[in-house]
Design a protein around this ligand. Structure first.
Ligand SMILES: Cc1ncc(COP(=O)(O)O)c(C=O)c1O
Length: 399
């Protein structure tokens, strides 16, 4: 079978797999140690872990709502992972999608400022693809409206703004340890806050979550082993051709399972944490080489990181000048097995099942809608070789 790159991922060696399995079985404080290591890495006093990033967001929203029960509207980026609106819905809150700027993938700040103050509980920063959102600016706008900020760094673990870690600049922050993230541990979500009152509200929500079952933990162990094998470019065609695995499929599903972090993911987190900087540096190097080669292209625009930020580039976002160019470029890149893909299939305001949970009757976010039709993402992970990069550049330069 021909070589096929996955769009994202981290190859796990045999040593990491064995150590993670043995630590998970021994269960001798690995979980606690992994969280304490995160506390010192991120310099935040309160860190906790759950089964997924969407559960982490759900916990964060419920905790904030506990503190301001009279407010029930959550401002979210109009182009983001569908888990974000799903968590808002599951928390029993309403969402207000806010348009984004295609040049930065961050909020359209004029739109954010125009949001009604009434009932606004919090603003969720997106940090899309590891490009850091301007959270200090979001904080100013939110504070003027009496709202909290959730720094959702599900896609940006290890990114920084003015030296501060993404995820730690809001009232509460979160990370995902899911497939394709900066530090993948099969699944997992991390919550962080500096605020003792919010930490207490988070603990009250966490107390209601069940521990991961043995059956689920065993399934996660199986996924870890299968993933380690099948991520290899010589074998990736296999999972990629099995539709029931739903690789790369984005769905709006508010009925997601909620639990504590299982011992396998906790052990993987402990094992992989020292690798985070190295992995992110590889992603940056690949992204920067691709950016340099595509600069000045009239067919593809490269969203720019915020000045003073160090992005993670979970994948490299490339914005095609038209839907036709995107379609043709993706077809060429995919035929060459180069791991290129679109991203979320639509803007949040175009998810029909979520519309009844909007806080507004009309919602139109033209930039997010256009982005959904024109965005291409290129892989930046450690399995991408210099030859892969050259092949991507050759294809894209033909447009
Ligand atoms: C911005 C954002 N928030 C939350 C989540 C939810 O994370 P998880 O997939 O671990 O549930 C994701 C997942 O991709 C995400 O991209």
């Amino acid at each position: 079978m021909p070589r096929r790159l996955p769009p994202a991922g981290v190859p796990l060696g045999g040593r990491v797999l064995l150590t993670a399995l043995s630590k998970a079985v021994a269960a001798n404080g690995t979980h606690e140690r992994a969280l304490r290591a995160l506390e010192s890495r991120l310099a935040v006093p309160h860190v906790s872990a759950v089964n997924t990033g969407r559960t982490a967001l759900w916990v964060a929203l419920r905790a904030l709502h506990r503190l301001r029960p009279e407010r029930n509207v959550v401002a979210i980026p109009a182009y983001t992972c569908f888990s974000v609106p799903a968590a808002v819905t599951r928390a029993g809150l309403q969402m207000h999608p806010v348009d984004i700027q295609p040049e930065t993938l961050d909020f359209d700040y004029a739109h954010l400022e125009s949001l009604p103050e009434k009932n606004l509980l919090c603003v969720v920063a997106g940090n899309l693809l590891g490009l850091v959102s301007d959270v200090p600016r979001i904080r100013q706008i939110a504070a003027a409206k009496g709202a909290f900020v959730v720094d959702d760094a599900a896609q940006a673990m290890g990114a920084t703004l003015q030296g501060k870690p993404a995820g730690t600049m809001g009232d509460v922050g979160l990370y995902s340890l899911g497939r394709g993230k900066a530090l993948p541990a099969v699944e997992g979500g991390i919550l962080v806050t500096r605020d003792a009152t919010i930490a207490e509200a988070i603990q009250a929500e966490l107390a209601q979550l069940p521990p991961a079952s043995w059956a689920h933990t065993a399934a996660v162990a199986a996924q870890m082993l299968a993933g380690a094998l099948l991520l290899h470019p010589g074998l990736y065609w296999l999972p990629d051709s099995l539709p029931f695995l739903k690789l790369g499929v984005t769905e709006y599903q508010p009925d997601f399972p909620r639990a504590r972090l299982c011992s396998i993911s906790a052990a993987l987190l402990a094992e992989m944490q020292p690798e985070l900087e190295r992995l992110n540096q590889i992603r940056r190097t690949n992204a920067q080489a691709l950016c340099a080669a595509l600069e000045g292209s009239s067919s593809f625009q490269l969203p720019q990181p915020l000045p003073g930020s160090e992005p993670v580039y979970l994948r490299l976002p490339v914005l095609a000048a038209s839907e036709e160019i995107r379609r043709a470029a993706l077809a060429r890149l995919q035929a060459a097995g180069l791991g290129a893909s679109g991203y979320y299939p639509s803007a949040v305001c175009d998810i029909p099942a979520a519309q009844m949970h909007w806080s507004v009757t009309q919602c139109h976010c033209p930039a997010a809608e256009s982005l959904a039709r024109r965005l291409i993402t290129l892989p930046t992970h450690p399995l991408v070789t210099v030859r892969d990069r050259e092949a991507m550049i050759r294809i894209l330069r033909e447009f």
